[in-house]
Each structure stands twice: as C-alpha cells, then as structure tokens.
Design a protein around this ligand. Sequence first.
Ligand code: NAP
Length: 296
Amino acid sequence: MMGIPEHWRIDGETRVVGIIGDPVSHSLSPPMHNAAFAHYGMNWCYLPFPVSPSLLPDAIRGLRALGVVGVNVTIPHKEPVLPLLDEVEEEAKMIGAVNTIHIVEGKCLGYNTDVSGFREALRSEARFVPTGRRVAVLGAGGGARAVCAAVAREGAEEVIILNRTLARARRLADDLARLFPQVRFFFLPLEGKQVKELLPSCDLVVQATSLGMKGEGSPLQDPTVFHEGMVVVDLVYHPPETPFLRMARERGAKTVNGLSMLVYQGARSFEIWTGRPAPIAVMKQVVGLWAHQREE
Ligand code: NAP
C-alpha cells in the first residue's frame, strides 16, 4: 500500500497549538510554526483561531476543554487576556501583556515572548543596543508595552510614548516608570508640534500601532522627522514594507520590519510549548520566502 503523505498526517495523536486574535487571517505564524514542526517530523499542528473580543473568555475556556497545548495571543487580546489566566510569568505580569499561553494540566499559563523577540530582532537586524539611547515608541497597546520594557531593561535613557489615546500612553508611561525608575518616560499625543521637535533627536523610533497592516495609513505623516543614523522599526510585517517604513528608508534611516521579531518571539513560544530548541533558520526561511513572494 502507498505510504500516507506527510501533509495528511493529522490523526488522533496530533497536538494542536495556534493563534487567537482579531484579525488573524494576515498571520504568518501558522506557516512558520508548521514548517518548524515538519522540520523535526513532529506530529503537531498550528491553526489560526479568529476570536472577537466579546468571545475571548469563551475561547480560553474552549482551549482548556479541547486539550489545545497552547496559543499565541495577538491584537487586540494581549492585555484583556491576563485576568482569564491561572498563572502569568513575572515579566508578562510586570508589563501587563501576554502573547503566549501554555496549557498544562488544564491550567492556562501566560508568557510574553515579544520582549525577548524585539530585543533579538534589534540586535540581529540593526546591531542596535538601546543602552543610554533615546527611544520613541508609537502606540501604547500590547506590542508597545513589550517594546518599552525591552528598551528600558537594556538601559535606554529616555522613552517617549506617542499614542492616539493619550490616557493609554499615560498609563503605560506610569506603569513602566514604576518598574524602571532609572529610565525617563514621557507621553505625547500622536499629532502635534512636539512630535516634530522631539522625534529627530531619537536614536530609535518604533512603530507599534496596528496602522499599516492593510498596506495603508501611517501614524506619522511628516517624513522630515527621519534621518540617516536613526534606526526605525515597524512591528507590522504585512506588508513587509509599510508606508511608514518606506518614508523612513527614503530619508536614509536604517529600517527593520516586523518579520525578524516575529521569528524570535515565535521561537521562544515554540520552546515553551515543545521543550525543544526552535529551528530558527527554518522559521526565518519561511518568513523570508513569504516576504519575497509579496514583493513580486
Ligand atoms: P493593540 O494592543 O490592539 O494596540 C493597538 C495600538 O494601535 C494602540 O496603540 C492603538 O491606539 C493604535 N491604533 C489602532 N488604530 C489606530 C489608528 N487608526 N490611528 C492611530 N493609532 C491606532 O495591538 P498590539 O498587540 O499592540 O499590536 C500592534 C501591532 O503590532 C499589530 O499590527 C501587531 O500585528 C504588531 N505586532 C507585531 C509583532 C511581531 O512579532 N512582529 C509583535 C507584536 C505586535 P489607541 O490606544 O488609541 O486605540
């Protein structure tokens, strides 16, 4: 009899992980993790689960009931999911955002792998170390929390948080100032003349709003804030070059998209769920191929 092709292999032993978010259809995590499982010949499967905010508690109960091993958590659930979990690791609790859940003996354990993912991406793609530097972060959601914590932990001197909803930026600045008293945190609205004055003096600018995901929109309209010698990161990776990143590149800044962070945060999630080292080269290859296809 013919052998069963590898891609038909889902059976009664298959272990299931996935991603919950709204939306999730853009996510590259399914192909990236499924390639990693295939690389090791593991009978595991990674699935996208679209979950609207009102159904988040039901989704978490459902994951427990269905014996799912774990999930990544993406926009907009990284902060609201915290009170629904049984235990949250210190780092995730500190920054108030979870992007990885591991379900062990029916208990939901929360982690944040975005912090280490961002740090590794910055090092590997831009050779940038935030120690003593001035950093601007656009956005104040779960992704921005991880970025602020990563640069503060590495000894950034000053972090300016810009957000559409000022109260949210203030809350983030207050939370982090308590955790990292040696770092100066400021918050500003996204619009306004202070942006034009302050941004050019930053060494690193990170775009952590969800704008640009559909290839349109940028939280900043003025290209003159960017210049050579500045590192500019966009957490958004779909499309690989957002309008924001293009504007920064055209002004001579060193630009980094969200693909590298995606790989490194995913690698740590893989390790939490499986207990095995992640095949980072394979995961990079998958996201690289995808980005290449998009550009064609
Ligand atoms: P989130 O918690 O829902 O926060 C969304 C942020 O975007 C908030 O600051 C929000 O501002 C802002 N925003 C949304 N629509 C806006 C608009 N029209 N104008 C201005 N600001 C707007 O989401 P998140 O989890 O932080 O994710 C943010 C982005 O980062 C997503 O695209 C996500 O895919 C990406 N991300 C990528 C990685 C990676 O590995 N590459 C990791 C983490 C996140 P308000 O507070 O005013 O609503």
